[in-house]
Design a protein around this ligand. Structure first.
Ligand SMILES: *Cc1c(COP(=O)(O)O)cnc(C)c1O
Length: 229
């Protein structure tokens, strides 16, 4: 078995233990393999090992990998910061966007989504770390943004996403995930049919699953350390 296949199996085992510890159904959390900066060959190794959903932070890099693996049935999720002047390729080529944090971006993605493709699946990114983070909408604006996004024809609102500040302390890891879960519950109570909480990465996926994550976004634990050089 390749190193990547081994790593995938280890991550899936961590997820299964966390799901069981939380008393949640076995299939209730999906693994998004974050392949940013990794070569195409590594994506193919992961796909050969059964991984079907990949996350990318840079539009052109993701589009190239999606094009090179077309026909394999892989799903491509955009998880990077979005600038409005760069939204078109994302709207055209990806299946999901996790980082919608303002209405202007949502409107552009909706207008730019090709009519021949299903609506773009989106999560609203919420800033649950306060001052520590620049991206994500403020928690008190999440409901209004979700209501506006839900009304856009080119988008299908699925849920919420957050990237909390990294911490090694399990209790400190859980607090922002718990906060995102509360906001999610409030928005569902207001009548929006959300089904996705995108939270948890290599170092804190257990804490995220304990707090209700339905998608964990894992890079390093699958593909190894990234080299940005
Ligand atoms: C890079 C990245 C990840 C993966 O992080 P790891 O710590 O390598 O698992 C997850 N989510 C987002 C938004 C990222 O940018």
């Amino acid at each position: 078995m390749s190193a990547i296949a081994d790593n995938l199996q280890a991550v899936r085992a961590r997820m299964a233990r966390a799901v069981a510890a939380a008393g949640r159904p076995a299939e209730s959390v999906r693994l998004l393999a974050v392949s940013k900066t990794m070569p195409l060959a590594h994506v193919i190794e992961a796909a050969d090992a059964g991984q079907d959903a990949f996350g990318e932070n840079y539009a052109q890099e993701g589009i190239a990998k999606a094009g090179a693996t077309a026909g394999r049935g892989l799903e491509w999720h955009f998880i990077g910061p979005l600038q409005s002047n760069k939204s078109r390729p994302v709207a055209e080529a990806f299946d999901w966007v996790h980082t919608v944090d303002r209405l202007k971006i949502a409107e552009r993605l909706s207008a730019q989504r090709p009519a021949a493709r299903p609506p773009l699946q989106v999560c609203v990114q919420v800033n649950v770390s306060g001052e520590a983070s620049k991206s994500g909408c403020p928690p008190e604006e999440a409901l209004a943004l979700c209501q506006a996004v839900a009304a856009l024809p080119g988008l299908c609102l699925r849920g919420l996403m957050a990237i909390p500040e990294a911490s090694d302390d399990p209790a400190a890891q859980r607090a922002p995930f718990s906060r995102l879960r509360e906001i999610y519950d409030q928005i569902r109570a207001a009548g929006l049919p959300l089904d996705t909480l995108s939270m948890g990465m290599s170092h804190d996926l257990e804490a995220a699953i304990a707090e209700g994550a339905t998608i964990v976004r894992v890079g390093t634990a699958i593909f190894g350390e990234r080299n940005y050089a």
